[in-house]
Design a protein around this ligand. Sequence first.
Ligand code: SF4
Length: 190
Amino acid sequence: MGSAGRALLGWPVLRQVLERDARGLGATARSARTESLAPRTRDSDEVVRSVCPYCAVGCGQLVHVRDGRITDIEGDPDSPVSQGCLCPKGAATYQLVTGSYRVHNVLYRRPHGTEWEVIPLERAMDMVAERVMRTRAETWEELNDDGKPLRRTLGFAHLGGATLDNEENYLIKKLFTALGAIQIENQARI
Ligand code: SF4
């Protein structure tokens, strides 16, 4: 067969007709290259059930692990919520874990500073705690104008993100309510 004939046989529509593959999902879609490919989930040591961290829908996920590292995150067909589906955001969860742009250090920019500084997590936690307690002390409202108890602060609020899971949200709500904050929200509800 000449090069023109080979080129013609490479034409997808003709291959679909010759292969009796009207939808182009069978033999037509295969090549020597695709035959040599295998899903990266095939050699998983472990598959862990989880929930997508991005929004309140709570789609089920299967987290594939090999040699102690996450190799893929896919929809869980057994989830009654999502039945194996993930939206584009949820389907990209793997990159949340492995993305090269993920920041692994605490970054701090001083007031009026123009550069980010890497600081230890312990120092950052101390700085946050000191600011929260100072603000709470400075803005505490014990009684209203009628002498009725308020015992609250409007000095700080908490806005959670959709990557917080149920347990983290529960603890955050407990903590901030105990501190006297009344402005406690989550991005997934907004
Ligand atoms: S972000 Fe998408 S995949 Fe994740 S829970 Fe929400 S709808 Fe489901």
